[in-house]
Design a protein around this ligand. Structure first.
Ligand code: SR1
Ligand code: MG
Length: 437
């Protein structure tokens, strides 16, 4: 559980601190950069909310960050106690200091951990505290677990994690939306989770850049024709634009915003399997289908990889994951709705809402799949394949992604051939009804 940093803490803040206070704290101009074990010993030693969990004198810190943005240090003391410290840098790590990026993203992430801890504490890493001045989040040490993507690469689908993530998305969707909060409270809550800069990255990288000529993009020579064809497909462009609009306009609930298989730590112990989401810095009020779709696309990468490597059984197993996540999401949503029915809303509405989320999720999965092949920030599932297999996997993924976006279009909107057609149809219906009265 998150705990108060306590009166002796230097700048330390619990993630249970009242919402709003975090946002009001000014950042220090010169944050302490945690690079060496010495830095971390000094840092931990002056913060009781950390030194009560780990011995500052004997700890050793190891930088394990393999993500695109931050420093991640796993700290272990002589007694084997551990804490993970995640510090944001003022730029995108993947690119370097030519791409500056707000360190306020760590505050957004702390707020996400706080929200999850209220409804699904076992389905995300525990947050022990947040230090606004140094942009450091202190997290449960999950080094006994492993990144889900790595397990998928090694052939273990970890089906329990797929079910767990369906539950996580459902609980977050219900608890942070009008469904649990009521409309006015949900609106106020949404205003506390603005994350403009990180949303802009998602809007650019996921929706805009893959289908235009952009310096962030790159594919192997075997895929250039396929990418050119996609760029000339007007229906596909329209579908991606529709999905971008949904991402921008549909602040349904607090979503994780980057829930790929590298954002989930999985583990097995005598007590059973565990799955814990991490890396909520892209969180925002957005469409629920975005998180589900991001998962579906990342399952697809593992499925396609296994298929092109001739591992048919493994591919089939991974192919089941999207159904498992979807079924557990739907079951949890129905159960939450039944236990605490939102006042004044009908049960049939929930079914329609789920249908719309399903269509969104397929479309967002298509966008995530396109962008991880074409754009910046690629995935090891595809990139680590030998050249021939990469070409096969890339082509299959692009083809499936485009088809999924088409499916989204046909399920979520029936596009009239020209603007105004639907209004005309509505007028005609009204006129016919009135004629027959
Ligand atoms: C510039 S950040 C690139 C990507 O890394 C993160 O994991 C997100 O997926 C983001 O789009
Ligand atoms: Mg990440």
């Amino acid at each position: 559980m998150c705990s108060w940093a306590g009166p002796g803490a230097v700048k330390g803040l619990s993630c249970r601190v009242a919402r709003g206070i975090v946002a009001a704290l000014a950042s220090a101009e010169h944050p302490m950069l945690l690079v060496s074990s010495d830095d971390v010993r000094e840092y931990v030693g002056s913060r009781p909310y950390l030194s009560e969990r780990i011995d500052a004198a004997t700890l050793v810190a190891e930088e394990i960050g393999d993500g695109n943005l931050n420093l991640v240090l796993v700290c272990r003391d002589a007694q084997g106690r551990g804490v993970c410290l995640k510090q944001s840098l003022p730029y995108v790590r993947l690119v370097g200091d030519s791409w500056p990026l707000t360190q306020q993203r760590t505050a957004a992430e702390a707020r996400w951990y706080e929200a999850v801890s209220e409804v699904a504490p076992n389905l995300a890493a525990l947050c022990y505290g947040f230090d606004q001045d140094n942009h450091v989040i202190a997290l449960e040490d999950l080094s006994e677990s492993s990144v889900w993507r790595k397990e998928l690469l090694a052939g273990d689908p970890c089906s329990e994690a797929a079910a767990a993530m369906g539950v996580l998305v459902a609980r977050m969707s219900f608890s942070t939306s009008w469904m649990a909060l009521g409309i006015s409270k949900a609106r106020r809550r949404a205003a506390t989770h603005l994350n403009v800069e990180l949303c802009e990255i998602t809007e650019d990288l996921v929706f805009t850049e893959p289908l235009i000529d952009h310096p962030h993009n790159s594919v192997g020579p075997g895929l250039t024709d396929a990418v050119a064809r996609l760029r000339n497909d007007g229906d596909l462009r329209c579908g991606v634009d529709m999905l971008r609009a949904r991402f921008v306009e549909h602040g349904e609930a607090l979503i994780h915003g980057d829930l790929h298989t590298g954002s989930v730590m999985v583990g097995r112990s005598a007590a059973g399997a565990t799955a814990k989401a991490i890396d909520g810095e892209f969180c925002c009020y957005g469409p629920v289908g975005f998180d589900l779709g991001t998962l579906f696309a990342n399952y697809l990468f593992a499925e396609v990889r296994a298929a092109v490597l001739g591992l048919a059984a493994a591919s089939r197993d991974v192919g089941e994951l999207s159904r498992i996540t979807w079924d557990s999401f739907v079951a949890e949503m129905r159960s939450l709705w039944e236990t605490s029915p939102p006042r004044g809303w009908s049960q049939p509405f929930l079914e329609q809402w789920l249908e719309a989320v399903g269509a969104d999720s397929v479309g967002f999965a298509g966008c995530e799949a396109l962008r991880r092949i074409i754009g910046l920030a690629k995935v090891a599932d595809i990139e680590s394949l030998p050249a021939d297999a990469y070409d096969l996997a890339g082509r299959a993924t692009l083809d499936i992604a485009a088809t999924w976006i088409g499916l989204f279009l046909s399920h979520s909107v029936s596009r009239p051939a020209r603007a105004g057609q639907v209004v005309e149809s509505a007028r005609n219906i009204a006129a016919e009804r009135l004629d027959s009265t």
